[in-house]
Design a protein around this ligand. Structure first.
Ligand SMILES: NC(=O)c1ccc[n+]([C@@H]2O[C@H](COP(=O)([O-])OP(=O)(O)OC[C@H]3O[C@@H](n4cnc5c(N)ncnc54)[C@H](O)[C@@H]3O)[C@@H](O)[C@H]2O)c1
Length: 455
């Protein structure tokens, strides 16, 4: 493990500056001459970074999403990548080609967490490693951005929630959509009563290609020499090396979470953000393996139904979600919220607000008056409000992913609360993961969304 002298002096300089600022309510070089450095360092924890200082990050899991996450994080000013961990030699080589030969690389994530020059990590491994690396990172004092779903099964959630609370470190789950302008607008519209009383919501994810259905290419050099297979399966069923289980991990229950953990979780995150919901109390799923019969253990069509109980934030309502990996129309994804006075189709970049009514149909008095008025005045036409309003992001918007990383890195820098912490991430993951229990065990599953417990 290497660590540059420059880095540690950078950090102690930052600590002193921040400590002084906290003590004196000011900033500037004079504060470097504080009396008791140990005391100052402790006080500086809330504000370790000066405005111009880099947050130094490391990536754990340098595959498709890890690379995208890192590229996005590096777009946020004041972010620097110092180390990368992956279990496949090819990905470590690509990381050095992309980000420079001096990058520290390893196959053991604990070496990343031991480094003093790493302030925060991105965790983009397959799902079965999310819990352990999240807990270890937080307890080593690192901020952590963990890809969705936060955990691989419901029983793992409390450990991450507790590690975040105990460590006091910034932890954000990677359902980037909820940081988007589209989701923020939908929340504002929903809270202002734009669709009336929420009755029903639905979401859909359709794909129609081999890669969309997780049949990724297997590198030609994949072998036990290039893949640290023992480390990969260290926390799950022992098996001999299988490149399909490593590079197409989503298809297997030991490592992935099926279509619900992969995709429903995004829809839950957005829905919970818009409605301030904690989640459903009843989960039912059915579906089947209709087309991609390549040895996978999970369905390629899944239908989920969810009952949301009434809370202070929203009325009781129903949700229906679908994923179809064999859809000739392909590419269609949406989240629709239907209320007593209209509906909203919500994406990360748009909101389509639709209203088909000119008056409240539930108001019998107004309806009778309007009929009388029509009779008296004859056939004169009315001015109608718009039936559909389309809110769209302005050109140049950097997108949900950038906004989500900005939230996370501001959390690391200033201790500001993030939008998708461990509790939020757990409440979004749980109903998605419970779909797998419902599907495989062929039963209705009950969940307490407030206590976050399976019933
Ligand atoms: N937020 C999103 O929109 C989004 C999109 C895609 C994927 N994801 C999530 O990102 C995660 C990664 O998915 P992906 O598509 O990038 O998979 P991937 O297979 O492309 O990459 C995973 C990488 O992790 C490495 N790895 C496996 N176990 C490891 C370990 N113990 N330590 C270090 N590295 C390890 C693998 O070698 C691989 O390079 C998943 O949790 C997935 O759900 C999120």
């Amino acid at each position: 493990m290497q660590q540059s002298k420059n880095t540690s002096s950078r950090r102690s300089f930052v600590k002193k500056i921040a400590a002084g600022a906290a003590l004196l309510g000011t900033s500037g070089p004079a504060i470097l001459y504080g009396k008791n450095e140990a005391e100052q360092v402790a006080l500086s924890r809330q504000n370790r970074f000066s405005a111009n200082d880099n947050i130094q990050i490391a990536l754990i899991g340098a595959g498709g999403m890890g690379v995208e996450d890192t590229k996005t994080a590096l777009q946020v000013p004041g972010t620097k990548l110092v180390a990368v961990c992956d279990l496949y030699t090819g990905r470590l080589g690509e990381a050095k080609e992309r980000w420079g030969k001096d990058l520290f690389t390893t196959k053991d994530y604990r070496e990343i967490l031991d480094r003093q020059d790493v302030d925060a990590v991105i965790i983009a491994t397959p799902d079965h490693w999310h819990k352990q690396i999240s807990v270890d990172a937080l307890m080593k004092g690192k901020g952590a951005y963990c890809e969705k779903p936060m955990v691989q099964n419901v029983a793992e959630g409390p450990a991450v929630v507790q590690a975040q609370q105990k460590s006091g470190k910034t932890y954000q789950v990677g359902s980037q959509g909820l940081s988007s302008l589209g989701n923020e607008k939908a929340k504002e519209l929903y809270e202002s009563g734009a669709i009336g009383q929420l009755i029903y919501a639905e979401g859909f994810w359709a794909r129609n290609s081999p890669t969309g259905a997780w049949q990724y290419a297997i590198p030609a050099d994949a072998s036990p020499e290039t893949v640290d297979w023992d480390r990969y399966i260290a926390n799950t069923t022992k098996r001999s090396f299988d490149p399909l289980r490593f590079f197409r991990w989503r298809n297997y229950r030991d490592y992935g979470t099926g279509v619900s953990g992969d995709l429903f979780v995004h829809l839950f995150s957005s829905l919970h953000f818009v409605t301030s919901s904690m989640g459903p109390n009843k989960v039912m799923a059915t579906g089947g393996l209709r087309y991609w019969k390549d040895g996978r253990e999970v369905p390629d069509v899944l239908l989920g139904m969810f009952d949301y109980p009434e809370t202070k934030a929203h009325p009781a309502f129903n949700l229906s979600l679908r994923v179809n990996f064999v859809d000739g129309t392909s590419g269609s994804t949406y989240l629709r919220m239907v209320g007593s006075e209209g509906a909203m189709d919500v994406t990360w970049d748009d909101v389509f607000l639709r209203k088909n009514l000119t008056s409240d149909p539930m108001d019998a008095f107004m309806s009778a008056k309007s009929n009388e008025f029509d009779k008296a005045l004859g056939a004169r036409k009315k001015m109608l409000p718009p039936k559909e309003v389309h809110y769209k992001v302005e050109e140049g918007y950097l997108g949900a992913h950038y906004d989500h990383f900005t939230h996370f890195l501001e959390g690391v820098r200033n201790g500001k609360p993030v939008v998708e912490d461990a509790v939020f991430g757990y409440r979004a993951a749980a109903p998605a993961l419970l779909c797998n229990d419902s599907y495989f065990e062929e039963k209705t599953v009950r969940w307490d969304p407030v206590a976050m417990k399976k019933m």
